[in-house]
Structures are given as C-alpha cells and as structure tokens.
Design a protein around this ligand. Structure first.
Ligand code: KG4
Length: 339
C-alpha cells in the first residue's frame, strides 16, 4: 500500500505544503512573505499573521496539485522546531486539526534534519541522486552553520557549528551596512559575480576543531568600510562589487576549510550542502572544485530545495513513518532544538 505524507513548513517566513507519495514528490507549494522586506528582516508578529492567512490556501493547493483526495493521506508531518514560536504555532495547530479530523497520525520534524534530508526527495520514481551513508552535510542558512555527520535518515551528529553568527547572517548583516536590502545573500552573490574576490582582505577565525565563527569577519568588514568612508563618502557605491566578491570569497573559504578538515579526519568523501546559503553560486563552484581536487562525491540541491520548503518536511516524515515514529496530539513547538 502506498504511503502518502502531507508536509507542512511554517518555521520562519515561508508557508509551505507538499505531498510526497512513496518518497516521490507530487507537489510542493510555497507562499513567501514579502511583507518583511520593508523592515530589513523578518518581523515575527507579521510572520505569524501571514502564516494564518496562507496556510489553508497553501495546503489546499498542495493537495490539488498532487491530484489526490485528502482521504488518501497516511499522516501529516510538520516542522516542530527550531524557528519562530509564533510561526511554528500556526503550522503545529493546523496539523493537529487536520490530523484529528482525518484520524491519521502526526509526525514531528526537526527543521535542520529536514534540510539535510532534502537530498532524498525524488522528483520522479527513478531519481537516484541520493547520497549514501555516511556522508557529511554542510548546513548553511540564515540561522545555522553546521557540519553534520549523517549516519542514517534518523541518525545525525553535529560535529561542528558556529559559535556566534551563521554564514547567512554574515551575508545579511554586511549587505545591510552597504544598504543592499534584505535578505542580503542573493544580492551579495549577484554583485560578487562582477567583482574581484582579491580586492579586499577580511579577517578569518582561528578556532580549533570543526566549529565556525563569523562575527570577526563581520567586524573586520565594518572596520574596512568605516576606514575608507572617512576619505571617500562614495566608497561603498564605487566598490560594492569588489566588496561583495571579497566578502563572499572569505565566507566560502572559512566554510570549506573546516569541511575539508572534517572530510580528511573522518575519511568521508561523500559531501553534501544544504540550507538557504547553498543557493550561493560561489559556494556551489567551490563544491564542484573540491569534487575534482579531492575526489569528493558532492551533492548540491536544486535551487527550489535550498530555501525553506515543505517537501523536505514531507520526505523526513516519510522516513519517520517507516519507523512508526509518530507524535502525540499535545506536542508543542520548540523555538530552539538540537538535532
Ligand atoms: O535556509 P534559509 O532560507 O532560512 C533560514 O535561515 O531558515 O536561509 C536564508 C539565508 C539568508 O541569510 C539569505 O541571505 C541566504 O540564506 N541566502 C544566500 C543566497 N540565497 C539565500 N546567501 C548567499 N548567497 C545566496 N545566493
């Protein structure tokens, strides 16, 4: 008998729903929230309200595009955390109502685990691009920068993580001080493509092990702007392409050097990247370059699976369903949760 999972994602500012049947994606609908652009970052209160407005049409559309009836669903998987509490509450409460009305189980999903398992989403039944275990996954988003050793679908160890800012945050904060808007990562990426990555040098952290730090880079970037702006008030405008290219090159260098160390120490050559920052073209090139230079087998997600989406929640739900890992009706969301 087929296993059909409805996934619901509402951890931050995207309301998303997806249907996955036997591991194959039938639909993946995402409603993004433009309301935050004017504020230079996600406003939690506005995010929850937008989720309330979006969730019913988004879920209805996901079921319609999948070409199924809701009575065919085996379970509903939802993001329990980490994320914004008000946003998570909308997805969690909706899931409870739907699961109770259809008399099917609920499956809680860790958002970070879902980003990693996005690599197992099949778009057609004969898709066979999935990584084999064990593999390393660099998870880089607006809130996280982690190196994860993935032993199985449900067995992941965080072996390194940021001790301060995340990689996405470094992009966003530096973009903000240059007046490039929010989210800054995609704009920095676009400008970096036209700039010189060696034009400026920013500081890199020297911390042991596989942990990351991006706060020193952020400060060094700010000081560079401050020093040059004293002499030339138009410094940013004149140099934004080179600033973005140098910033991006430094972030990528920091990310890849720890990942190389982990791959070497653990003798793992299967390496994946996930999360919003994995959309970065420079980071993608660095992965391809490492595949050539170090014999890595690399896994780079499709752009549609880099940002928050419910297909990754549904696929995680699918593997948890196989293990009969259901959650009780009184499950409450967690804003902070580890893998
Ligand atoms: O995973 P994600 O959608 O959201 C969470 O943090 O959960 O990641 C968003 C982050 C933002 O910091 C955004 O600036 C960054 O991903 N990002 C990028 C690019 N596209 C998105 N950073 C660098 N280059 C990009 N092309």
């Amino acid at each position: 008998m087929s296993i059909t999972i409805l996934g619901i994602e509402s951890s931050c500012d995207d309301t998303s729903s997806s249907v996955i049947r036997d591991g194959v994606m039938l639909s993946n609908v995402i409603a993004s929230q433009a309301v935050h652009e004017a504020y230079g970052g996600v406003v939690p209160e506005l995010a929850s309200r937008a989720h309330q407005q979006n969730i019913i049409p988004v879920v209805a559309e996901a079921i319609k595009r999948a070409g199924i009836d809701k009575s065919e669903l085996s379970a509903v998987a939802f993001t329990r955390g980490p994320g914004l509490m008000g946003s998570l509450l909308v997805g969690t409460s909706f899931t409870k109502g739907l699961a109770a009305s259809l008399d099917i189980p609920m499956i809680e999903v860790n958002h970070l685990q879902a980003h990693v398992l996005a690599h197992f989403i099949k778009e057609t039944p004969d898709d066979d691009h999935a990584p084999s275990f064990p593999f390393l996954c660099l998870l880089v988003s607006g809130g996280n920068s982690q190196i994860i050793k993935v032993n199985a679908y449900n067995d992941m160890e965080v072996i390194g993580q940021t001790i301060d800012d995340a990689a996405g945050e470094a992009f966003d904060k530096c973009a903000k001080v240059m007046g490039l808007g929010y989210p800054g990562g995609p704009v920095v990426n676009r400008l970096a493509n036209e700039g010189n990555p060696n034009a400026f040098t920013f500081s890199k952290p020297h911390i042991p092990g596989y942990d990351y730090s991006f706060s020193g880079l952020k400060t060094s970037f700010l000081y560079t702007l401050r020093d040059h702006l004293k002499d030339d008030p138009d410094f940013i405008e004149k140099n934004k392409r080179d600033l973005c290219a140098s910033l991006q090159a430094t972030v990528i260098d920091i990310l890849m050097s720890k990942l190389r160390k982990a791959a070497k120490d653990l003798h793992i050559k299967e390496v994946a990247v996930a999360g919003g920052v994995s959309a970065n073209s420079g980071l993608r090139e660095a992965f391809l370059d490492h595949a050539k230079r170090y014999g890595w087998k690399v896994h780079i997600p499709k752009f549609s699976f880099t940002t928050d989406n419910a297909a990754m929640v549904a696929i995680t739900g699918y593997y948890k369903y196989m293990d009969k890992e259901f959650c009780p009706m009184d499950a409450a969301p967690f804003s902070r949760v580890v893998l």
